[in-house]
Ligand binder design. Sequence first.
Ligand SMILES: [Zn+2]
Length: 185
Amino acid sequence: MRNEAQLRDVFNSTFDALPPDVRSRIEDLWHRNGVSREDNGSGRFIPPIFREPTILNRTLHPRQVPPWVGPTSSASQIINAGQHAAEVFERSRGICGQTDGIVFRFKASVVDQAPDEMLKIVIAHELAHTYRAAEVGLPFPEAALALGTSEDEEEQAAIALQAEWGFEQGPLLQWLQANEAALGI
Ligand SMILES: [Zn+2]
């Protein structure tokens, strides 16, 4: 069981392992979107991080909540967007985290059960989306429009980026697959 403070510790150590230019670009995005620096002397930017006890949005497919599917104006649009994203994420063995680049949420069962090395991969994946948002200076879903990518392309780009940083997705997928019953994914 990890509480939010423990989740933040793993988040911070993952962030600290990223290349300096990546960190500064992400911090620039956070800074320009109202995330503030911690005043305890660390000077660190503190993005909102949540450990969700359940799936974030119950109107969507229970496997995931895609934040970048775009503005929706009706329940049916939301459900359709969720179903589409479910097809995309079926190949990713379930959703463990979510970010628009500014706010981070992580699936509670993964936060509770994942060893540090696996949780760091989950976090690095969300930071890869964040870095791509930072490239265009906008949070998702606006970032996806600016980048001109589909959800599938966005996923592949994030997976490639996190691998460059030393957080290969493969071991996480294997761990998720071996533990999917316990994780509820
Ligand atoms: Zn992703």
